[in-house]
Design a protein around this ligand. Structure first.
Ligand SMILES: Nc1ncnc2c1ncn2[C@@H]1O[C@H](COP(=O)(O)OP(=O)(O)OP(=O)(O)O)[C@@H](O)[C@H]1O
Length: 569
């Protein structure tokens, strides 16, 4: 079926399922807002208890849409898919399947991030089956026939039974994880026509933004809802599908079809200058974008050099304006944000894995304190307080919140006194405050050699270990590409480095420009998303570049080599 060309101001049939395919900056979000308003003004199927469901991928996406809808929010429910399914399906109806799965449904208040429990892991036979604890991060659900099964990404064998045993230990305690929400919602809807009818009647319209990052279970849920009464609309860009590791499948968007569905395409790019669009059009071929606004700007620039020096150079070029850096890895983003040098080939580890302390109680408290300090530095005070309150020695009248805030304030004021010092300094400072019961580290005296723990605390620099803190919602200037999804900035510097502990390799790491494969290579899509965030100026920082590549990119990018500039001065 042919795709009808539309733009972000087009009005489409509000009573037909639709799918919109469009590249970056096409105005997908703008279209979604005006389509919702169109439905609000023209539909006679809405009411006090009959709303439009508008689903987007992140909480930042939710906030953007809520803001842009202004005071037209009365009949719209904007939410992430997990919150929506939890609120309307899992929370009210989990009791229907709780006995079957051994879930303590009365204790469930919200879904949680899956934090691996080594204790539970050891109680299964997964270790004997050669599954390592880190494999547990790749657990996901898939639909097989009339039930959902658990699997580990990248493994061929069937581990469902053992994984189920592991999961049940959480469920018995009233803990369910985000991935469980999808599986339970599907199971409830698939087994109860009545609940499906209730959901359809509450939500006669169901729109999903960023649909390229959907996963197969989510797609099946949407198909069930769309069977009758509810009009489903999906919007996305397969070249921006960057969540394969969470189970998103780039083919899902291409293959998504509903009976009677109208398919549309947008070819404009309202965001970037013509020169940036020209480069983006080299990376992808399925949609050739054009600039309807003829935005003029400089040619994208490849800067050869270290990220911090490159950033300084870019800052000089753009003057007063802000520069946003986008990196593939958390480690790189944290390094730039904290102005710390980054060694190519360094491997990223979460602080929970990287932190060494054989005393489990002390380990937990110190990790939480480091996380809380780093969250608070980025103004994520809610997360910081949550980390600390469970460890506080004395709970105040506000469930520990006031003490947590006082402690954080103190630690932020003192930051410069311990941030570039060994962890020992932080440990002593925290002990001094008296807010936590932390098991003491025995200090060696005289000729006696220090214990491994004392040695670790005295030789590990705080700022080094703080780079391992993962920031979940990051709106700082220096963030990962995944956290920049849906955003746009005047000046962007994309930092290209070796991935996952590998040294930089031009053919692989600059492949998204030299030999792009947008369908087959997720890394290419991630870098495409990064480049497409730039409105005015795009810089791409690489550690080195060969003459052959420079020639290949001629006409699309200019190259500035900071090593050459330095040797000239
Ligand atoms: N018709 C239009 N005229 C002028 N500006 C527009 C128009 N449509 C969108 N824009 C602007 O273009 C930019 C990109 O729009 P929007 O964020 O809706 O794109 P998108 O398709 O959702 O992008 P992405 O998928 O890359 O996140 C925004 O600054 C928006 O205000």
């Amino acid at each position: 079926m042919g795709l009808q060309l539309i733009n972000s101001d087009s009005l489409i049939d509000i009573e037909k399922h639709f799918k919109i395919t469009a590249g970056p900056g096409a105005g997908k979000t703008k279209f979604l807002i005006s389509h919702i308003k169109n439905v609000l003004h023209n539909s006679n199927r809405l009411g006090r208890n009959r709303k439009i469901a508008c689903i987007t991928y992140t909480n930042v996406g939710v906030e953007t849409i809520v803001q842009r809808l202004g005071d037209e929010l009365d009949h719209v429910e904007v939410s992430t898919i997990h919150s929506f399914l939890f609120m309307h399906i899992v929370k009210p109806y989990l009791y229907l399947i709780s006995d079957k799965h051994g879930i303590n449904h009365l204790k469930i208040d919200a879904p949680y991030e899956h934090i691996i429990s080594n204790g539970y892991f050891r109680k299964t036979d997964l270790g004997m089956k050669n599954i390592k604890e880190q494999d547990m991060k790749k657990v996901f659900w898939f639909i097989e026939g009339t039930s959902c099964k658990l699997h580990i990404r990248g493994r061929k064998s069937d581990f469902h039974k053992s994984l189920l045993k592991y999961k049940k230990m959480f469920w018995e305690k009233g803990i369910i994880h985000y991935e469980d929400v999808l599986a339970f919602a599907w199971e409830i809807l698939n087994s109860s026509k009545e609940i499906l009818r209730i959901i359809r009647s509450k939500f006669p319209y169901f729109f999903i933004d960023e649909f390229q990052d959907t996963n197969p279970v989510q797609t099946e849920i949407i198909k069930l809802i769309a069977e009758k009464e509810t009009i489903v609309g999906v919007i996305g860009d397969k070249a921006q599908s960057i969540y394969e590791f969470q189970g998103a499948d780039v083919k899902q968007f291409d293959n998504f079809f509903l009976p009677g569905m109208a398919s549309y395409k947008m070819e404009d790019n309202h965001r970037s200058t013509e020169n940036i669009i020209k480069l983006l059009n080299v990376i992808r071929k399925d949609i050739i974008q054009r600039s309807p606004d003829n935005k003029v700007g400089s040619t994208p620039c490849i800067i050869v050099g270290e990220p911090l020096q490159a950033l300084k150079h870019v800052q000089d070029v753009v003057g007063e304006e802000e520069v946003v850096t986008l990196s593939y890895s958390n480690l790189m983003a944290n390094s730039v944000r904290n102005k710390k040098d980054y060694k190519d080939g360094q491997k990223w580890m979460l602080i929970d894995e990287a932190f060494v302390d054989s005393n489990a109680d002390r380990r937990k408290v110190i990790i939480s304190i480091i996380k809380a300090i780093e969250y608070a530095r980025l103004n994520h005070f809610k997360d910081a307080i949550r980390e600390l309150s469970r460890h506080l020695r004395n709970k105040d009248d506000y469930n520990g919140q006031k003490s947590a805030i006082d402690f954080i304030r103190m630690m932020l004021n003192d930051y410069s006194t311990y941030s570039d010092e060994p962890l020992w300094k932080l440990y002593c400072r925290v002990k001094e405050t008296g807010y936590f019961d932390i098991p003491k580290i025995m200090e060696s005296k005289g000729e006696k050699a220090p214990s491994l723990i004392e040695d670790y605390y005295k030789s590990t620099i705080y700022s080094g270990i703080a780079l391992s803190v993962k920031i979940t919602e990051d709106s700082s200037l220096h963030r990962t590409i995944h956290k920049a999804k849906g955003s746009e900035f005047n000046n962007v510097m994309v930092i290209v480095k070796g991935k996952d502990g590998y040294k930089y390799n031009e053919e692989r790491d600059l492949g998204f420009l030299l030999d792009p494969d947008i369908n087959g290579n997720e890394d290419h899509r991630v870098n495409y998303v990064a480049c497409s965030r730039a409105k005015k100026n795009l810089f791409i920082c690489v550690p080195e570049i060969s003459k052959v590549s420079q020639n290949a990119l001629m006409g699309r990018c200019i190259v500035i080599n900071l090593h050459d500039l330095r040797s000239q001065t």
